[in-house]
Design a binder for this molecule. Sequence first.
Ligand code: NI
Ligand code: MN
Length: 228
Amino acid sequence: MNITYYGHSCFGVEINGRNLLFDPFIRENNLAKNIDITSVKADYILISHGHSDHIADAEEIAKLTGAKLICNWEIYDWLQKKGLENIHPMNIGGKVKLDFGNVKCVVAQHSSSLPDGSYGGNPMGYVIESSEGNFYYAGDTALTNDMKLIGDYRQIDFAFLPIGDNFTMGVENAIIACDFIACSNIIGMHYDTFGNIKIDKQDAVSKFNRAGKKLTLMEIGEIVEKKK
Ligand code: NI
Ligand code: MN
């Protein structure tokens, strides 16, 4: 499994020869100005919620790659009205088997509206299960008791958690989230992009270390290989 960081909460994950892309927000992200979106690979684009810092480049990359979009019902409806057709609608609690593994939608405690003000339904996180490993992509969320259900019947090998505070949980709550999801191997997201989510990265990593957990903060454009 290879993970590529495109900045903010946008990651590419290659599993079993398929490219998953989470929450594309690249062209409007100053920190990601070296990423050329025409080079971003995607067979599936998974969208956690409708806020523009998670969906801004979804339409463009879907058109460039022909990727299938995965999102909740309300975002499906909105994307369809924009003329996109290759979309798989889901909702919280639901799971689907795809050609690389399973995608399950889980609760995220946040809000969701689309860039034009349309209703965005409820925000979601995703649990991906595959023969190359399982992981949790939290989307934008607070620490929530529902996270205890994430590791309910499967081992989570690693998780993408927001750590920027202000709009989502911050470092302290993300450390507690590790215990809730029974996973101590975290890739941080949703930090540094805007003024009010700037963090002290060194301090964040040491706080995780002191709690006996591991926080990885990837460089934008960096690729990391995850072995099972
Ligand atoms: Ni949001
Ligand atoms: Mn956000």
